[in-house]
Design a protein around this ligand. Structure first.
Ligand SMILES: Nc1ncnc2c1ncn2[C@@H]1O[C@H](COP(=O)(O)OP(=O)(O)OP(=O)(O)O)[C@@H](O)[C@H]1O
Length: 287
């Protein structure tokens, strides 16, 4: 007999209207469980999860769009019927629900699948239909659990565009993703979970400042050597990658380069990628 296990520990976060929060973390770190607590399919042992000030309930459920990790609609039904049905459940009148469904299907390249049964669609097509249902009535909160999983690059881009549009219309979006470049492209803030604990939480810039390492890319025809404000990490022709010494501001580094006679054609402080930060947060040191 296995005893109880703590999956999520002391987690606190908020999502504002018109912003996208990434919920990231390795497999089994507790992302889906967090969403399930928020959407009432699991009850936390303590704490509260509120949507616009109230727990998830039939009353506010229509303003929440959810794309779960496990895809699954009524497989024997036809695409347009299913979308119209859910649109109506979410509060759209029947004519509007059908119209929104048709226009969405055309937008995502499924205009010719309106009369197809769901079990005749590919996995990616099914996923697009399910996303369409999640966003149909312009929800206040859109919760997407790995929405681009298994999509080809074109459909992935299409889906990311749709998320950006929802956000621009004022939806708050929670995006569970394993793709760090999606976080950089779509999200204003991120929360990285490790074993149910938030290891990083903040704006992307804050996370990069806290967990990233500074590098500066410099192009100079003159030889650059180590100095009191920086070390030289690498050189490829006239392109140097410098590591600032602790606390040395960019302007001091540039001044020193110029003072020592380097003709600087490019000076570009670089951000650490979320990919690098994620790996770092999961390294032994971070533990
Ligand atoms: N129904 C369940 N019963 C018991 N344990 C569960 C259940 N669902 C999830 N868990 C456990 O909770 C932990 C977190 O799972 P969860 O599905 O939230 O992770 P996740 O971060 O969404 O992972 P993934 O990236 O693989 O989807 C895991 O250790 C998992 O084994």
């Amino acid at each position: 007999m296995v005893g109880p296990k703590r999956i999520i520990d002391n987690l606190s976060f908020a999502v504002d209207a018109g912003e996208t929060l990434a919920l990231a973390g390795s497999n089994g770190s507790g992302k889906t469980t967090t969403l399930r607590c928020l959407l009432g399919t699991m009850r936390p042992t303590s704490g509260r999860a509120l949507i616009a000030g109230s727990p998830f309930s039939p009353r506010n459920s229509t303003r929440v769009g959810y794309l779960p990790e496990e895809r699954g609609l009524y497989r024997k039904e036809r695409v347009l019927d299913v979308m119209s049905y859910f649109g109506h459940l979410k509060g759209l009148d029947r004519v509007r629900a059908r119209k929104e469904a048709v226009s969405y299907l055309e937008r995502v390249g499924l205009g010719d699948k309106q009369r197809s049964r769901l079990d005749k669609l590919s996995g990616g097509q099914h996923q697009k239909v399910q996303l369409g249902i999640a966003i149909m009535n312009e929800p206040h909160l859109l919760v997407l659990d790995e929405p681009t999983k298994g999509l080809d690059p074109i459909n992935r881009q299409l889906l990311m565009d749709l998320v950006v549009e929802c956000q621009a219309r004022g939806s708050g979006v929670i995006l569970v993703t394993h793709h760090m470049e999606e976080i950089e492209r779509l999200c204003q803030r991120a929360l990285v979970l490790r074993d149910g604990v938030a290891k990083a939480h903040g704006t992307i810039a804050e996370i990069q400042a806290a967990f990233g390492s500074r590098r500066i890319l410099v192009r100079s025809a003159d030889v650059i050597s180590e100095s009191t404000t920086f070390s030289v990490e690498s050189r490829q022709g006239d392109l140097y990658r410098l590591i600032p010494r602790s606390g040395a501001p960019d302007r001091d580094i540039l001044s020193e380069l110029v003072a020592t006679g380097s003709r600087v054609a490019r000076f570009e402080p670089q951000k650490t990628s979320m990919q690098e930060i994620f790996v770092r947060l999961y390294s032994e040191d971070a533990a």
